[in-house]
Write a protein that binds this ligand. Sequence first.
Ligand SMILES: [Zn+2]
Length: 69
Amino acid sequence: MPEESDKVVPLKKAKCPACAKPAVAAYQPFCSKRCSNLDLGRWLDGSYRIPTNETIDAAAFAEGDDEDH
Ligand SMILES: [Zn+2]
């Protein structure tokens, strides 16, 4: 099964959170695998936050992880 960008299906009302291009079904909500990975990197870097209860631990991590800049 080919999984390359041979078949790109743009989604309506969905923009890539990384670059604001129209999202693609295969990589939603992103426009491409690259943006998907890019966003994942932000998550791992701790610079991405979501307004939920689960950010409590993330906030703790944020402090003291900035001295090796
Ligand atoms: Zn994108």
